[in-house]
Design a protein around this ligand. Structure first.
Ligand code: PLP
Length: 384
């Protein structure tokens, strides 16, 4: 099996599992309990908070554990608006993950005003449109750090500074789910107020993540109940998951050079080899700054879904951003926002590498893929 779908999820790292195991066994206490077993769990949670904070250049008191990226994004958007009832406008980009996109659409249906900022054909944000959209009642700007489908990076640190210079008092959120572990993140100096992460994108388990809330920034909780996480996220803490998140953050920081050098070289080689061997293929977002591991490639004349299935039968795991609904395949909203013809968007496949991928695996993909594309093209032509 060749796994090149690391933007969908990653394998748990052995050292992360090892760190978690005691908390599935003898160290099962509730961190809110006053006895020794509770204290053990609470100590482990605070150690994880320190590890997460250190990996982001944040303070431990700015880290709020939750269930992952979707929850963090929802709390950032809804929690910011609820905390600032007089400000009813927010700004997002046209290529946000559905966790932001659909939450923003819901808020719009509830009566808030939402500006959606377009991107160009390479996936870069139209900054002039962003600045034009700012208003005195803008509560929040939410722009993702790295796109999950194309890997295109938005310059969020600079944009956070610039929107705040133009419109002081607004909050800036970034969905950094696909950026963490791939590009350096240092929140110590910046203007980013809120940042969401998801553990399963960097070798922690699924169902755990965190929201960074800069000290002094006030947003409302999504989930109310007990006083866990200073009332910002009620519910008994997922101690094993949180311990895993801390270990995975420390590991991701250590492995960043491997991601930026070796993994990037694999991704770059894939693009070079495939473009040389497969006619009518194009890399989406190629001219933009991208994370080191992601390649989104359109193959003219075929459906990406069909290629994903064909590669899967050869033991190669990749994915598409298109979604099948009632037998009709819809193109990825991200690629459509990049003004791509529908046919190219439907023909796109995402390769996302990780630390576990090798040059031998790359060679296998490069060997198998041209034939798989040619076979699908022959079938498509016959049917047409
Ligand atoms: N944001 C981005 C950019 C993502 O890629 C994902 C997951 O694919 C999410 C948010 C959602 O994260 P989670 O799976 O933890 O809910």
């Amino acid at each position: 099996m060749i796994y090149a779908d690391n933007n969908a999820s990653t394998a748990l790292a052995p050292e992360v599992l090892e760190a978690m195991l005691p908390f599935f066994g003898s160290s099962f206490g509730n961190p809110s309990s006053a006895h020794a077993l509770g204290a053990d769990a609470a100590k482990a949670v605070e150690k994880a908070r320190e590890q997460v904070a250190a990996s982001l250049g944040a303070k431990p008191s700015e880290i709020f554990f939750n269930s992952g990226g979707t929850e963090g994004d929802n709390q950032a958007l809804r929690g910011a608006l609820w905390a600032n009832p007089k400000k009813r406008h927010m700004i997002v980009s046209a290529v946000e993950h559905s966790a932001v996109r659909n939450c923003a659409a819901h808020l719009k249906a509830l009566g808030y005003t939402v500006s959606v900022i377009p991107v160009d054909a390479d996936g870069n944000l139209n900054e002039a449109d962003l600045f034009k959209a700012l208003r005195p009642d803008t509560c929040l700007v939410s722009l993702m750090w790295a796109n999950n489908e194309t890997g295109v990076l938005f310059p969020v640190e600079r944009l956070a500074r610039e929107v705040k210079q133009r419109q002081p008092g607004l909050l800036f959120h970034t969905d950094a789910v696909q950026a963490f572990g791939k590009v350096p993140i240092d929140l110590s100096q910046g203007a980013i107020d809120l940042l969401s992460l998801s553990g399963h994108k960097f070798k922690a388990p699924k169902g755990v993540g965190m929201l960074f809330v800069r000290r002094g920034v006030r947003i409302e909780p999504l989930i109310m109940g007990g006083s866990q996480e200073e009332g910002m996220r009620a519910g008994t803490l997922n101690v094993p998951g949180i311990v895993g998140l801390g270990a995975a953050c420390a590991l991701a920081k250590r492995q960043l050079p491997d991601m930026q050098n070796r993994v990037k070289a694999l991704r770059d080689d894939l693009e070079k080899e495939l473009l040389a061997r497969v006619p009518d293929a194009r890399v989406n977002g190629a001219k933009a700054h991208r994370v080191p591991n992601t390649s989104n490639i359109s193959f003219k004349g075929i459906e990406g879904e069909a290629l994903v299935t064909a590669l899967s039968t050869e033991g190669i795991c990749v994915s598409t951003g298109s979604a099948c609904h009632k037998g009709v395949t819809n193109p990825s909203p991200v690629l459509m926002a990049m003004q791509m013809p529908k046919e190219s968007a439907l023909g796109a496949v995402r390769f996302s590498f990780g630390h576990g991928n090798s040059p031998e695996e790359l060679a296998t993909i490069v060997k198998i893929l041209p034939g798989a594309v040619a076979k699908l093209r022959a079938v498509t032509t016959r049917v047409a």
